[in-house]
Design a protein around this ligand. Structure first.
Ligand SMILES: [Zn+2]
Length: 424
């Protein structure tokens, strides 16, 4: 072959290959009524998706369309970044179906995993494209395999961040039986310097993206919530996890448990029902986010017979309202974390709706479920907003959730990394 012909041939081949690659990365234009971009609501915006990512977002006239762009009309719908739930338990199902103790002690791992597959699907179809799953509650490292199954496209589900078994202080956690029996627990026990270092490292080695510990639990003399780990132990956990680049999360409901977790350097605190204003102020000062898990608190009150809207508010729910008001006053970063698993997976948006009911403006609640949660996860460069370059995690709901937060439950369209999973 003559050199000129050879050059021409390779040019043609390069064009074919390049053209082929471009054709595969087809462009989709989403045309909703409005776009909430993670910060604010914009009327008459469109969003262009190419491959796995958002290519453009802006007023309809300002976005130039590649040839062959397919348009998806989302009439009367608001497009949002894929929603994020920073506190789920895919390996649990509602406690009014089976008590937590029976789930941990009597359900085979295979049964729990099979259920979790359905939970992942329900969560994605409800518009949640990322979850931080905070502990398998006795189901070992099943979250790690489920996460891989989603990543490999074997099952549909949200992007998962795993905490694996989570860590508790000896004697504090359940299930509890007669003292002469050592029952299997809902988390892994560790205390003191050597054991804590070993268990934190072991869980990270087995796939924990976040290290979770229980800074307090209901193990006081009369079953009241009391701190578990000492401040020194908590600091050790933070140091050990941080050294390996893992963020840390603490379960804490009591004021002292919360205070220790904040001082030790934990990044988020879960529940926090009994935090004082001083502790919430300390959290704001040290940029510790709070996942109030309001939806789980209300679900448990319902399981104890509370009929919301008919009966007087139980003390536990009143306490949640008090804590929420304190956190708002202190200016704490509010994280959207529902504790789904205590109640039905797929009802995750209940948390965001309750935040509004408890006094957070709807726009801020929507930010919590998108851009704020993404920042808490240190993933704001990939998710939580609608802007060019980010992953195309996009959800459309019927109506306008800024005006009526309930619209979050009217999901009509779900896209994750450019792939459409739901279109009603
Ligand atoms: Zn939880």
């Amino acid at each position: 072959m003559k050199p000129v012909v050879r050059v021409l041939c390779s040019a043609v081949l390069a064009l074919m290959l390049f053209g082929g690659a471009r054709a595969q990365e087809s462009a989709i234009l989403l045309r909703p009524e409005a776009v909430f971009d993670g910060q604010d609501l914009h009327q008459d915006w469109v969003v262009l998706v190419r491959g796995k990512r958002i290519a453009a977002a802006g007023p309809a006239g300002a976005v130039s369309l590649p040839r062959g762009t397919k348009t998806v009309a989302l009439k009367s719908q608001t497009l949002l970044p894929g929603l994020i739930d920073n506190h789920t338990h895919m390996l649990l199902h509602p406690y009014d179906e089976t008590s937590w103790t029976d789930q941990v002690l009597k359900e085979p791992l295979s049964l729990r995993t099979a259920r979790a597959v359905q939970h992942l699907r329900a969560t994605l179809m409800a518009g949640f494209t990322t979850v931080r799953d905070l502990g398998t509650e006795g189901a070992g490292y099943a979250d790690v395999g489920l996460k891989q199954a989603v990543e490999q496209g074997i099952i549909p589900g949200p992007r998962m961040l795993a905490a694996t078994r989570a860590i508790v202080a000896t004697g504090s956690y359940g299930p509890k039986g007669a003292p002469e029996w050592d029952l299997p627990l809902g988390a892994e026990e560790a205390d003191g310097q050597d054991a804590l270092i070993r268990v934190v490292r072991s869980q990270m080695g087995k796939g924990a993206d976040w290290v979770k510990i229980y800074a307090d639990y209901r193990w006081g003399p009369n079953g009241e919530t009391a701190p578990t780990f000492s401040l020194e132990e908590l600091k050790l956990v933070v140091r050990t996890a941080s050294a390996a680049g893992r963020p840390v999360v603490a379960h804490a409901s009591s004021d002292e448990g919360m205070r220790r977790a904040v001082l030790a350097g934990f990044q988020t605190i879960e529940h926090g029902d009994y935090g004082t204003l001083a502790t919430f102020r300390l959290m704001a000062q040290r940029h510790v986010a709070w996942c109030p898990t309001l939806a789980a608190g209300e679900a448990i009150a319902r399981y104890h017979g509370w009929r919301k809207g008919r009966d007087a508010m139980p003390q536990r729910v009143k306490d949640q309202h008090t804590a929420f008001a304190r956190a708002l006053k202190a200016g704490v970063t509010i994280c959207n974390g529902s504790d789904a698993g205590v109640f039905s997976h797929g009802d995750n948006a209940t948390e965001t709706m309750l935040m509004v009911e408890y006094g957070l403006p709807a726009l801020q609640a929507l930010r919590a479920a998108t851009s704020v949660n993404a920042r808490i996860l240190h993933m704001q460069d990939r998710i939580g907003a609608i802007k060019p370059g980010l992953l195309a995690d996009l959800v459309a709901v019927q109506g306008n959730p800024v005006k009526d937060i309930g619209a979050l439950k009217a999901v009509r369209f779900v896209m994750k990394e450019g792939k459409v999973y739901r279109r009603d």
